[in-house]
Ligand binder design. Structure first.
Ligand SMILES: Nc1nc2c(ncn2[C@@H]2O[C@H](COP(=O)(O)OP(=O)(O)OP(=O)(O)O)[C@@H](O)[C@H]2O)c(=O)[nH]1
Length: 363
């Protein structure tokens, strides 16, 4: 059985604080470093021409830091720290150019850029908490600026600015809310088997990889179990596909009801299911699975006037005894499963032990 690497979509969604994955946030930061570094260089030259030497010096220094940072941003393990440092410095700079004497009225447009950058790089919650105080400070600076102008249209200009800023923040917040919801839905769909509601092969594989990594660290055992319904084709052929689908849902319910919350179940495809039993050793896993086999074999499913009785075969592989890697475990469990199938079905098999089955129920 092939066990390709599947990305853990749920985990990567949890880890990424904004809508952008880490690699995209790094690319965006690099772009921002280059853009702001180059812009500061130009501004520094203009300040030099205007004779404001202290500001020109400051801008030259900041430009140097930013352009040097473009190399580091790709590799740094402290991406969040870099983002916060950049945004706080940038927003403070925006405020500073609004507060200098003779500030240009155009400087205040940068207030509108604050929520865009903060939400994009930090996500909804952190983006809001960072942009809100800076935007408020920007609004107050604008009010002070207008006060010194002393124009009769102060209120109109102020309202234009405040309304535009507030609407910008609200729209970005709403958009980010919807985007987060849509992304969560998409991830759920991508990870779920639509028929049974269980995890699909991809998410099962991702959970198995994660389980192995965690168990290696904590040195606790776990078991991978592969399960295949016996003579499932006959159900489809005699009662139809709808009955087959109902059987698959019924099996999914049996498996989830019996297992612990820390265990995992997935539909690997067709009539094959996978189980991960945490914190178990060979004999415990075997007893639990044999109980499950009996439970499935003993259950009856009504479909119209017919009663469907189903059995299933199981192959167990325990970590670390039966395999060190995910591939080894899959191979061992698969081998046991087909050993059980060949010795009559309705069976539980594990490496190095005879196949156990209930001949009274076996198909
Ligand atoms: N109803 C339904 N049938 C499916 C689905 N996926 C796969 N199947 C059917 O499952 C059947 C599997 O048949 P086989 O591989 O021969 O397995 P089996 O009849 O269970 O025989 P053994 O595994 O050897 O006991 C095929 O008829 C597939 O069409 C599904 O989602 N719904």
């Amino acid at each position: 059985m092939k066990t390709p690497h599947h990305p853990d979509l749920g985990a990567s969604l949890r880890d990424s604080r904004s809508g952008l994955r880490d690699s995209h946030r790094r690319s965006l930061m690099r772009l921002l470093f280059i853009a702001t570094g180059s812009a500061l260089l130009v501004f520094a030259c203009l300040q030099l021409i205007s004779g404001v030497y202290w500001l020109a010096g400051l801008e030259l220094l900041a430009s140097g830091v930013l352009l040097a940072g473009t190399r580091r941003i790709d590799r740094t393990p402290h991406l969040q720290w870099w983002i916060y440092s950049y945004l706080v410095a940038l927003f403070s700079f925006f405020l500073m150019i609004m507060l200098v004497p003779d500030a240009s009225v155009a400087a205040f447009v940068w207030v509108l850029m604050m929520p865009v950058l903060a939400y994009l790089l930090l996500g909804k919650r952190e983006g809001l908490w960072l942009s809100l105080p800076f935007m408020t400070a920007g609004g107050i600076s604008y009010y002070l600026y207008l006060g010194t102008v002393g124009d009769a249209r102060i209120m109109i200009d102020l309202l234009n600015m405040v309304l535009c800023g507030v609407l910008m923040l609200v729209f970005i917040h709403l958009y980010e809310n919807r985007r987060e919801e849509a992304e969560e839905k998409l991830v759920t769909i991508a990870q779920t088997d639509a028929l049974t509601g269980l995890g699909n092969r991809g998410s099962f594989q991702a959970i198995l990889n994660r389980t192995l990594a965690e168990c290696r660290r904590s040195r606790t055992g776990f078991a991978l179990v592969l399960m295949d319904i016996d003579y499932f084709k006959q159900v489809n052929d005699t009662l139809g596909h709808e009955a087959g689908d109902q059987v698959l849902r019924h099996i999914g319910d049996c498996l989830t009801e019996r297992l612990r919350a820390t265990d995992s179940v997935g539909r690997l495809g067709g009539e094959e299911f996978g189980l991960i039993l945490r914190d178990v050793h060979g004999d415990d896993a075997f007893e639990l699975i044999d109980e499950l086999r009996e439970c499935i074999a003993g259950s009856e499913l009504s479909y119209g006037a017919s009663t469907v009785r189903i059995t299933a075969s199981f192959g167990i592989a325990c970590w670390p005894a039966d395999g060190a890697t995910v591939d080894d475990l899959f191979r061992a469990a698969d081998h046991c499963l087909y050993r059980g199938k060949h010795s009559g079905r309705n069976t539980v098999a594990r490496p190095g032990s005879p196949v156990v089955h209930n001949s009274a129920l076996a198909g």
